[in-house]
Ligand binder design. Sequence first.
Ligand code: AMP
Ligand code: GLY
Length: 421
Amino acid sequence: MKVLLVGSGGREHALAWRLVQNPLVELWSSPGSPALARLGEVAKVPVDDLDGLKKLASQIEPDLTVVGPELPLVLGLADQLREMDLPVFGPSKKAARVEGSKIFAKDFMVRHNLPTAGYAVFDDESEAENYLKASAYPVVLKADGLAAGKGVVVAGNYATASRALKTLLAGAGAKLIVEEYLAGEELSCFALCDGKNFLSLIPAQDHKTIYDCDRGPNTGGMGAYAPAPLGGALLTKLVEDNIFKPAVEGLSVEGTPFTGLLYAGLMVGMNGPKLLEFNARFGDPETQALMPLLESDLADLLLAAATGNLKGKEIRWSGKASVCVVVSAEGYPGEYRKGDEIKGIDRANAREDVVVFEAGVGVKGDVPITNGGRVLGVTATGDNLKEAVKKAYQACGDISFQGMHYRKDIGEKGALKEYSI
Ligand code: AMP
Ligand code: GLY
């Protein structure tokens, strides 16, 4: 079974690591990474070069293509590969609007009665300004398109909101959402979708800010754990019935069936889970935490989703807990250092129940060097979260490079709940 994996980050390393545990899988990835090159063949076509990726796919003739990041999906890679009769795990350009356009996503949520924060849309600065003057604070301002996590400002007062408005509405045709602030705790829920049916995965919790105790600027994600005790059986059922089921049906009814991974970013508060956002692909770094717990064959599940055959499939998990601690480069999420030698990856990997997923690692000769803002995802499993956290941090202690940073509190919130629930 030839599998073409599009992407190069820690999420893709985790997917590839799990995919090749099936001995029938012959892996190709593009643009790949040194870690992916150890697991299969690598081509160097960038994720936004759709023509290049189509050409690559016509050479390889993969039995399955798995698209990691959102950009190629939003550009329409899945549509183009399907036109070539190739099975793809990833939504069409239209279905990917649930992530690609925040306004489309909010309107869709309202059309299908999905629980979410109240909102208003603006393209005119003075109208938005008047609205902000009359608002109760905090409010949340969001740019419409893909913004790599940088298009959202939580404003505690009018002055901050007014300043953010000017940046977010800059540029021709820019649109802005002003949204009601939701209090609570964030949770990431996931569903494999085949256009009609879905199968939910275990919930995870991400850590968005760069520093401990949720301080500092937002990043792509500084660590994750799974399963998140916050998302127990009752909540999971609520999310399936009130979010995934109507969302999958709604996308199908509107003529844009969703095939791939539907990621629901939730705020869980006093009034139950509410949708902050959808993503149209696997979470990063949540996937790094999930893959070591997955017992079912990943290739089989993704192929079933890609070919409309999820109905009746089951998914088995190990019953253990997992934590991924992201190790980042100095300066991230701003300008960051690159090219520093990384020591200790092998030592960490040699530990029992530990795997180091590589997100931003290059090579110089045969020495691994830093080559991205998020460098590594040091992942460990344990019988419970507390144990997994301990093992992950022991493994982080094996690793060193100039300017290395990681949060020291990944999984703490979950480990505390483990005992109270
Ligand atoms: P998003 O890209 O929509 O997930 O927003 C990025 C981050 O902003 C989320 O992970 C939340 O921490 C925060 N956020 C977004 N929307 C809201 C909201 N309505 N209320 C409170 N926090 C929010
Ligand atoms: N972990 C957040 C995301 O993948 O968008």
